[in-house]
Design a protein around this ligand. Structure first.
Ligand code: COA
Length: 382
């Protein structure tokens, strides 16, 4: 066999840990502080709305009252799905599939009905940004209704993304407290600096591909259990454990088997994820109101055990699981609803990338063989 040669002295560590791959003015993480365009996540969660946060991420400033009303109006004018596109959706398999597979196909499909699909000018990107963001929640709710044999409902243009998602999912006007909680969850998940899916969105954009392609890349990346897919795994774990008494045995067993406990650990946060703290109190309040405090209580117990045994703190996916469960959202939709929010951040990253683009083209440190000579198949040794 040929000689093994290394071209570079040193490759970047697996997972690009510590590598700064671009400059961004969208969001920042410093120790346990997350900010969007200069505003802390605590401030936005307490005072903002998902719509205002999307405007902030795309424009890097808060809107005036007039701008906000215009933005909300424009966004909600795109809730409606084209009737031909609905026929396309109805033709997609929706049983025994993961909703993220369906969602990435649906979002990619939207390009076929978008007259601006191939236009990457700033004006066309703004139009597509509004259309895509408005439709994401409508699509996730549509999947639920299609797969349960229920008719699709019309979104209410006078209501928010959060209100409409809960309404379209269930078919009844949602409880205002649920809308507030869900809207806050959307704010908390909207962006997170150069996370795995935002990076894939930027990589796709950097080839000057189109916005639908970039968002489809983001959905594909978010789906994995090490990224957005963790939240549904957390709820499955809570249901499997079943009660407080079993928490310690279960977690100890998982750690002994070197299994990862979903919803814990983070590449960047080593002193706690600020989003988890906000979700934790929402989980407690929702559990109390629903008369099912056990999911919060078990989560707190697991949180204590993980800190004690492993020194790991919960991330955004841990308490969001019990929040969504108490909002009565089907478990396999937890990752799709992450996308309903994160699309705002993905778009912000795509717009920032288009505005100052250079194609991402790193090198690989080749560590395979060199100087081999081709031989005929019948002469090869197994
Ligand atoms: N449960 C148990 N152990 C964990 C863990 C978890 N959730 N997360 C990290 N660890 C351990 C690893 O096993 C490793 O231990 P070792 O050094 O003894 O091998 C160490 O902590 C470092 O973990 P590593 O996977 O290398 O960190 P990373 O920066 O590459 O990955 C995550 C970060 C988030 C992907 C990782 O913590 C994880 O897989 N968490 C669970 C999935 C999750 O919740 N994802 C949502 C992220 S918001």
């Amino acid at each position: 066999m040929g000689q093994e040669v290394q071209i570079y002295d040193k490759a970047i560590d697996k997972g690009l840990e510590g590598v700064v791959a671009c400059s961004t003015a969208i969001s920042s993480i410093v120790d346990a502080t997350l900010t969007y365009c200069g505003y802390t996540i605590e401030d936005l969660a307490a005072n903002s709305t998902f719509e205002e946060t999307a405007f902030l991420l795309w424009n890097k400033r808060l809107p005036t009252q007039v701008e906000l009303e215009k933005f909300k109006k424009e966004l909600s004018s795109h809730f409606k799905l084209d009737s031909e596109f609905v026929t396309f959706l109805k033709g997609l398999p929706n049983k025994n599939i993961h909703p993220m597979e369906w969602l990435r196909t649906a979002v990619s499909g939207l390009a076929l009905w978008d007259k601006d699909a191939q236009d990457i000018s700033a004006e066309a990107n703004q139009r597509k940004a509004l259309r895509l963001t408005a439709k994401m929640g409508v699509l996730v709710a549509a999947l639920e209704r299609l797969r349960t044999g229920k008719p699709l409902l019309e979104a209410r243009p006078d209501k928010s993304v959060a209100w409409n998602f809960l309404y379209l999912l269930k078919g009844t006007e949602p409880d205002p407290f649920h809308v507030k909680v869900f809207d806050t969850a959307l704010i908390l998940h909207a962006d997170h600096e150069l996370n795995c899916s935002a990076f894939s969105v930027r990589v796709t954009t950097s080839s000057l591909s189109d916005l639908h392609a970039a968002i489809t890349s983001g959905i594909g990346t978010l789906r994995g259990p090490l990224h957005g897919g963790a939240n549904e795994q957390v709820m499955k774990m809570l249901l499997k454990i079943g009660n407080m008494e079993e928490c310690e045995k279960f977690i100890k067993g998982a750690l002994e088997n070197k299994e990862k406990v979903m919803g814990f650990g983070h590449r960047v946060y080593k002193n706690g994820d600020p989003r988890a703290k906000i979700l934790r109190s929402m989980s407690q309040e929702l559990g109390k109101r629903r008369g099912e405090p056990q999911w919060y209580d078990m989560s707190v117990r697991i949180d204590e055990i993980m800190q004690d045994k492993k020194g790991l703190l919960p991330n955004v996916d841990f308490y969001s699981a019990s929040v969504y469960y108490c909002l009565d959202i089907p478990i396999d939709l937890y990752t799709p609803i992450f996308a309903v929010s994160r699309i705002s951040g993905w778009i912000a990253h795509a717009l920032e990338q288009y505005a100052g683009n250079r194609i991402y083209r790193p090198r690989g440190n080749y560590i395979g063989h060199h100087d081999l000579k081709w031989v005929a198949p019948d002469k090869r040794k197994s």
